[in-house]
Ligand binder design. Structure first.
Ligand code: IPE
Ligand code: IPE
Ligand code: MG
Length: 246
């Protein structure tokens, strides 16, 4: 049940905020198709929700926000849709980078951006470079990201360090392995949000979400409002996380 935005916000316990929230932004295509619009209209509308969600998380004081923007499997889509998504990414950065920088937000990329086309890649690199000395909320954008790809990439990095004699086999454990992932140095997500009615991970943060709480909703991403975020946080705060204990 969605209440008035401010009313819902006041129900959040500010002492028990999730440190790290991850969102699988899904449902843009269906949102557009329902309106007989091309899918890219859904992605454009979705970008507005990205702006609002970053703002809402920033205002709450969330420390890490991860947004799944493009998966390693999304390359299977028609070239025109991929091109549209990359254009939207460029527009988002050009429009928001000043505000993001001013708000002390750090933009961090999860995924291998070397495979992006040159213009979006340069834009992303500029955003990372401009915000790298900021000290506020970390905004992870998962771009050409896949959980399996990340794990294999991490193993390769580790093996290279063994070859160079920097580490030994016995140095590897579940904690040290985290530092070979794109989320190096960050706490694992406390809360994973997936709108659009799908209840699956779609290759998102496989290693990091071992003990995350999940919040699913039928709302499509272009209809996702700050109060959905608040609702997810409130529900998260009422969960009993045991981490295998009692
Ligand atoms: C999410 O919306 C955006 C990306 C995956 C890039 P979709 O494009 O997957 O929308 P649906 O799932 O087809 O509705
Ligand atoms: C997950 O959504 C990827 C992103 C949100 C970027 P998909 O739409 O690609 O996932 P599936 O195909 O429904 O599992
Ligand atoms: Mg989808």
């Amino acid at each position: 049940m969605i209440n008035n935005t401010n009313e819902l916000k006041t129900k959040i316990n500010m002492d028990k905020l999730p440190k790290h929230i991850s969102i699988i932004m899904d449902g843009n295509g269906r949102w557009a198709e329902k309106r007989s619009l091309p899918r890219n209209f859904g992605h454009q509308e979705g970008m507005k929700r990205v702006i609002e969600t970053v703002e809402a998380a920033y205002e709450l004081g969330i420390e890490y926000l991860t947004l799944y923007a493009f998966s390693t499997e999304n390359w299977k889509r028609p070239a025109s849709e991929i091109e549209g998504l990359m254009k939207i990414l460029i527009i988002y950065i050009r429009r928001e980078l000043d505000k993001i920088t001013k708000n002390n937000i750090v933009i961090n990329i999860l995924g291998d951006i070397s495979e992006l086309h040159e213009i979006p890649r340069r834009e992303v690199e500029k955003a990372v470079e401009r915000t790298k000395n900021n000290t506020g909320m970390v905004l992870n954008i998962a771009l050409n990201y896949g959980g399996r790809d990340e794990i294999v990439h991490g193993i390769k990095e580790y093996l290279k360090e063994i070859e160079m004699g920097k580490v030994s086999v016995d140095d590897l454990n579940i904690n040290s392995f985290s530092s070979y992932l794109y989320t190096k140095g960050q706490p694992d997500p406390d809360l994973v949000i997936r709108p659009s009615g799908e209840q699956r991970l779609s290759n998102f943060l496989l290693y990091q979400i071992a003990y995350s709480e999940f919040w699913f909703s039928d709302v499509l991403w272009p209809d996702f409002k700050a109060n959905h975020l608040y609702e997810a946080i409130i529900e998260f705060q009422n969960r009993n996380r045991r981490f295998g204990g009692i």
